[in-house]
Each structure stands twice: as structure tokens, then as C-alpha cells.
Design a protein around this ligand. Structure first.
Ligand code: PAZ
Length: 314
């Protein structure tokens, strides 16, 4: 492994429940490798979702965060499940969850009422959507097709991603990484972090942030070299978006980079591969852009599986 990455992991605070996470991931993958949906091996996708935090103190009071709501990851998870994939949903605690993106912010108070007998009941205008969400969510979990793994910090995120990626190696080309999480580019190394709450009385705060080692290359080359890898590139300047997406494609050897601009990310994305750029729009005001996006990515994944079969038979 890249030395920068090794020192990041060696110095990171140990992941709480790491054995539990490893066990859950292993069981999920074993179970889904044995199943075969409609006569073909099950495909497994790891969807990452939401932003990572960067703690400023070891006993963390303050942290750096980013805008990501987790909407992209949550909705994409629903469409992957619909397409027959088993999904490992690696999400930031407190962000949007699959089948819940339609809920208002204060959903408990907005969607439910008390009856005269003091029972809780869904308000009529929300009943159908709630029933559908509960039914689809419970079906995915009960059929063993959805595993949810939470993270908060950049340390937790990269450690769990490593566990998942190494466990998915055996799936070969049937595994996908769909890396929609907004991962911090900079962090405070654990060993140089203050232990206790930083005191404001000492005046202006000077802090040096180190670059987070680039995980995409290690994922592609070491952790899961035969999986189909899709990363995302977000920019706020449309003029540099495609250039940056192509750079990421080449530099990290991704199969696909999905380029999106902050203010239009819910309406339009551009699917960038080495030989094409395909703009994907939401079909109407009701459908989400993730529907045509996942349709297209599933087609690209199928072509990748066929190509891998062909390559290994030659
Ligand atoms: O989480 P969200 O739905 O608010 O936004 C999705 C997104 C913009 C974080 C995602 O599409 C993305 O581009 N992720 C990668 C960001 C980056 O590191 O460039």
C-alpha cells in the first residue's frame, strides 16, 4: 500500500466495533454470493453517501464539515435495489436515508396525527407514500439485500470503506463502488490534534491541515482491483468541471466519473468515460435524475461484466 495511506491508517484512532462491521459485511457478501437472482449471480454495490467530518480535537467538540445531504446516495440506493442489486449503504450518520427522501424535515410531526383515542395515525395525504416507503425498505432489509453502515469522521469512513472493499474483492466484476460521498480533502492528523477542547482565550487559531491520501487509487489497485468503480466529481465552476472529471478518470483509473455542478446537481449530471460524455437529465419534475443515471450505469456495468468474462476466457 502507498506509504501515505499506510501512515494515515496507522495513526488513525481505532474504529469502534470494527470486528462487528467486518462480520456484518462478510455475512452480507457471503449470503448474497450464494443467492442467484433470476439465474445470474447477484451483483453487489457499495454506495457511499453524505460528507465526512474532520475533527479538530481528539475529544471532539468542533469539526469541519461539508454540504452533502446524502440525497444522491439514498435515492441511488433505491434504484440499485430496484435493478436487482444488493446494496451496502455506507452513509454519514444523520443524512438522508433510502426511501425517506420524500419526507419533510419535521416528518414525525408533519406526517402523523393523534386520533381522539390518542393513537398515532398517518395523515391521509402522506399515507400512501409512507406505506410504500415502509414496505420497500422492510422488504429490502428482510430479503438481506440492504446493509446500512454509518460513519461520521474521515477516519471512520476510510476504515470502513477499506473493510468493505477488501471483503468485496471476491465478487470480481460483479462488485461496484458508487462513490457519491463528499470526502474531505484535508484533515488534522490524529497525532498532531489537540486532545482537549481548543481554548479561545489563546487568540487566533492557526491550524495546519494535511491532504487526505487519495483513496481512489488504492481502492482500484489494491483493495478491489476487479470491481467496477464509479466516482463523482463536484465543482461549482462549470468551466472546469469536465476537465477535472477527465483528470480524475485518468489519474485514478476509474471506469466512470459522474460530473456534477453544485447548484444543478439534482437536475443534471454528466457521465464521463474514456470514450464518451453523456449528459443525463431528470425526465420530469417528479422523477429524480438518479433514475436515468442508474439505468445507464447498470448498462455500463453489464458491459463490463461481459468484457471481463471475455478477457478471462482468452
Ligand atoms: O449528498 P447530496 O445529494 O447533497 O450531493 C451529492 C454530491 C454532490 C455530494 C455527489 O453527487 C458528489 O459529487 N460527490 C463527490 C463530491 C466530490 O468529492 O467531488
Amino acid at each position: 500500500m502507498d506509504t501515505e495511506f499506510k501512515s494515515f491508517f496507522d495513526a488513525a484512532p481505532p474504529l469502534r466495533d470494527s470486528l462487528d462491521v467486518s462480520r456484518k459485511v462478510k455475512e452480507f457478501i457471503d449470503q448474497n454470493s450464494q443467492l442467484s437472482g433470476k439465474g445470474r449471480p447477484i451483483r453487489v454495490v457499495c454506495v457511499t453517501s453524505g460528507g465526512t467530518t474532520v475533527p479538530l480535537e481528539q475529544r471532539c467538540v468542533r469539526y469541519i464539515d461539508n454540504f452533502s445531504s446524502g440525497h444522491r446516495g439514498a435515492v441511488s440506493t433505491e434504484y440499485f435495489l430496484k435493478a436487482g442489486y444488493a446494496v451496502i449503504f455506507l452513509y454519514r450518520r444523520g443524512t438522508c436515508q433510502p426511501y425517506c427522501s420524500f419526507l419533510p424535515e419535521d416528518s414525525l410531526l408533519e406526517c402523523f396525527d393523534l386520533t381522539e383515542e390518542s393513537n398515532v395515525q398517518a395523515r391521509p395525504q402522506h399515507t400512501e407514500a409512507l406505506k410504500r416507503a415502509i414496505r420497500d425498505h422492510h422488504a429490502a432489509v428482510e430479503e438481506g439485500l440492504l446493509l446500512k453502515l454509518p460513519f461520521t469522521t474521515i477516519f471512520e469512513y476510510l476504515q470502513i470503506l477499506q473493510i468493505v472493499a477488501i471483503s468485496m474483492r471476491g465478487l470480481g466484476s460483479h462488485g461496484i463502488f458508487y462513490l457519491a460521498a463528499a470526502v474531505s480533502d484535508f484533515y488534522v492528523p490524529w497525532e498532531s490534534m489537540e486532545e482537549h477542547k481548543i481554548q479561545s482565550a489563546t487568540g487566533p487559531l492557526d491550524m495546519r491541515l494535511a491532504p487526505v491520501p487519495k483513496m481512489l487509487l488504492v481502492l482500484r489497485e489494491v483493495w478491489a482491483p476487479t470491481a467496477f468503480c464509479i466516482s463523482f466529481k463536484l465543482e461549482t465552476d462549470q468551466n472546469i468541471l469536465l476537465k477535472k472529471a477527465h483528470m480524475a478518470l485518468r489519474k485514478y483509473n476509474m471506469h466512470v466519473v459522474v460530473a456534477n455542478e453544485l447548484s444543478t446537481r439534482k437536475e443534471e449530471v454528466i457521465v464521463v468515460t474514456s470514450d464518451e460524455e453523456i449528459t443525463v437529465h431528470r425526465e420530469n419534475q417528479v422523477e429524480e435524475v438518479e433514475k436515468p443515471l442508474i439505468d445507464l450505469l447498470v448498462q455500463k456495468h453489464s458491459a463490463y461484466i461481459e468484457q471481463s468474462k471475455h478477457d478471462s476466457s482468452n
